[in-house]
Ligand binder design. Structure first.
Ligand SMILES: Cc1cc2nc3c(=O)[nH]c(=O)nc-3n(C[C@H](O)[C@H](O)[C@H](O)COP(=O)(O)OP(=O)(O)OC[C@H]3O[C@@H](n4cnc5c(N)ncnc54)[C@H](O)[C@@H]3O)c2cc1C
Length: 573
């Protein structure tokens, strides 16, 4: 393939820019003159979040919900990437559960497309398929396994929600057109230089969250070390609206006859827009690949010569994999794409940025409220680095399958596809992306004996009304939830009462099964046993659940082990 006419160079990007199509009109947020530009002294803030992408906004919204003031700085004046269109489209159950807690899930559900079935083809043969709704790790939650929606919609809903919360209580200060251009830190604070249309100013911060994405300046400022790898695989997305729409299932072709036997992804997202993502030959010229006539020809090869569709936009992209060695550098915490960058296969980029934010928000809130020691913040590195490394590993395996560079990898792929066409056992080895999931924390001392995500299951309140687990987390308002099952002795009741009175970071709730007598003031009814199942507590007496809906620990008795688990979970020495 080569260009037919000379074209202006178009760069392959990791966060692609608009090249062709009608695009979207995105909201434009105004620049507001910050008080620092008129102040005579420097203002120090407890938290400054740099970057209002999906990670920074999730963090800011979470902090707002927990009553923690923060300043958010973004160089742009809109959501999405340079106002172009969507990078991310698939949002996993864990992210949807987080968004439910933040109050934007209903908006996402109304705009997005729920799906659970995925099929993979090699030529005309189906070689792999899954139905996530049938898998035990997904089927207890009140949220579906996945919703497809343009990333900028989620970011826009987060901005709306932050403004809603701001109007009632917490001052989270969103500052657009505010680029961070300088940084230093010492034992007292971090100092940021911010460039705005009205001039530069300095701002001080106790904690800085770098959520500026894969081109972050903070890596250089903090001399961050990392492992990074870039390959020669090239892709080109066409987001299109058809007159006759294909089925809502996620279809992927590992070898698509209509794309020179290269891979193709086909997904529906909001507004009836289909994302068709074509693997190109290595080193393909992005200007040529994204030319409208070339894109239309590609679509015709797939959907037939009469295909009628509007091109919403086109984006050629390459990808890299990158993972920092440390997610904290003094006062700076790396979150989202600044912590790690993964290929888009499996939707692990944005989803894990959301999880980074959710992990850090409650810890910052607990420390800033004086309810936990500063050392709790170190567990962010322990937990999210494990997640980042896992996501890099899983996505790199997919990359090796999709673009096998070495002869051994090519042989493995050929053999797998040949076997998968005939034998069911080989189908699980066909790897067009392992979909994102809530990562497990097996290395964190703060959740030794737990470390798994607790799904947002159904429950009943003491008055019999239907509820869900997230409401219990909301009620705990940033504190740990201690759930206790079974009849309680007077001694146990006494110990639990004493614990909850002495620890502001703890809420104790008795979980009654049908027939159990309610003994504690706070109790819920787990008539279907889903709470116990989600907490992996089928043979346990208690479960300790954190504000990010991760299990800290479980135990058999209300004894010293419970106190030790509680201390560990808050990093109290
Ligand atoms: C083709 C493709 C498909 C993808 N599909 C999915 C998917 O389906 N699901 C999924 O979860 N993920 C997906 N991803 C990954 C996802 O888009 C990224 O992981 C996600 O955008 C990272 O979010 P972030 O907030 O960390 O960074 P970004 O989205 O890059 O946001 C960074 C923000 O920081 C701002 N900024 C940058 N520098 C400065 C500065 N110096 N000062 C102030 N502000 C600054 C920018 O304006 C921007 O708003 C995909 C990615 C690609 C390329």
């Amino acid at each position: 393939m080569s260009p037919q006419v000379p074209m202006a160079p178009v760069a392959h990007t990791n966060g692609y820019e608009f090249t062709q199509g009608t695009g979207y009109a995105l909201p434009q947020y105004p620049f507001v003159l910050p008080p620092e530009l008129q102040a005579t002294h420097r203002v120090r803030h407890p938290v400054v979040v740099v970057g209002a992408g999906i990670t920074g906004l999730t963090l800011a919204c979470s902090l707002a919900q927990l009553g923690v003031p923060a300043v958010v700085l973004d160089e742009d004046n809109t959501v999405g990437v340079k106002g172009a269109s969507s990078r991310g489209i698939c949002y996993t159950q864990k992210s949807l559960e987080i968004f439910q807690r933040l109050g934007i899930y209903e908006r996402i559900k109304a705009k997005g497309i729920e799906w659970s079935v995925g099929r993979t083809f090699a030529g005309n043969d189906e070689v792999f398929s899954f139905d996530l709704s049938q898998q035990s790790q997904f089927n207890l939650s009140q949220q579906p396994p996945f919703i497809n929606i343009q990333q900028f919609y989620i970011e826009g809903y987060l901005v709306e929600r932050i403004h809603e919360i701001q109007a009632t209580h917490t001052p989270v200060d969103l500052r657009w057109m505010s680029r961070v251009v300088g940084f230093s830190q010492n034992e007292t604070c971090a100092t940021l230089e911010v460039q705005t249309p009205a001039g530069n100013y300095h701002i001080e911060a106790e904690h800085v969250i770098d959520a500026t994405g894969s081109h972050t300046p903070f890596h250089a400022w903090c001399q961050a070390s990392m492992d990074a790898k870039r390959g020669d695989d090239r892709w080109c997305i066409a987001d299109v609206r058809f007159q006759n729409t294909p089925p809502t299932e996620r279809h992927t072709w590992i070898e698509a006859p209509f794309n020179e036997n290269r891979a193709v992804w086909q997904h529906l997202m909001g507004d009836q827009v289909w994302r068709i993502d074509y693997q190109m030959a290595p080193h393909t010229d992005p200007a040529y690949a994204s030319r409208e006539d070339v894109v239309r020809e590609r679509l015709q090869r797939q959907f037939g010569p009469d295909v009628a569709c509007e091109i919403v936009w086109v984006g050629p992209y390459a990808y890299k994999s990158q993972c920092l060695h440390q997610l904290r550098s003094g006062r700076v915490f790396f979150a989202g794409d600044t912590a790690k960058v993964v290929s888009p296969f499996g939707a692990r980029g944005g989803n894990t940025g959301i999880a980074d934010a959710d992990n850090l928000a409650w810890k910052l809130a607990a420390v800033l409220r004086g309810l936990a020691p500063e050392s709790l913040l170190n567990t962010y590195h322990d937990e999210r680095l494990e997640a980042a490394q896992r996501n890099v590993l899983v996505t790199n395996r997919t990359v090796r399958f999709l673009r096998p560079a070495e002869p051994a990898a090519q042989l493995f792929r050929q053999a797998t596809l040949a076997l998968a066409k005939k034998h069911r056992f080989a189908r699980n080895m066909v790897n067009t992306g392992r979909m994102a999931e809530a990562n497990t924390y097996s290395r964190s001392p703060a959740c030794a004996g737990g470390g798994v995500s607790v799904q947002n299951v159904a429950l009943r309140w003491a008055n019999g009304r239907a509820g869900q687990f997230n409401q219990l987390i909301d009620w705990a308002d940033g504190a740990m939830l201690l759930l206790v099952w079974g009849a309680l002795t007077q001694a146990e009741l006494g110990k639990l009462r004493q614990l909850s009175q002495s620890m502001a970071m703890l809420r104790v709730v008795q979980v009654c099964m049908p027939g159990d007598a309610a003994q504690a003031l706070e109790h819920i009814v787990d008539d279907r046993g889903h709470v116990r199942q989600a907490c992996r507590a089928l043979d346990q007496r208690w479960a300790l659940v954190r504000p990010d809906a991760y299990l800290a620990a479980t135990g058999h008795a209300v004894d010293g082990a419970l106190i030790r688990a509680l201390s560990r979970s808050l990093a109290v020495a």
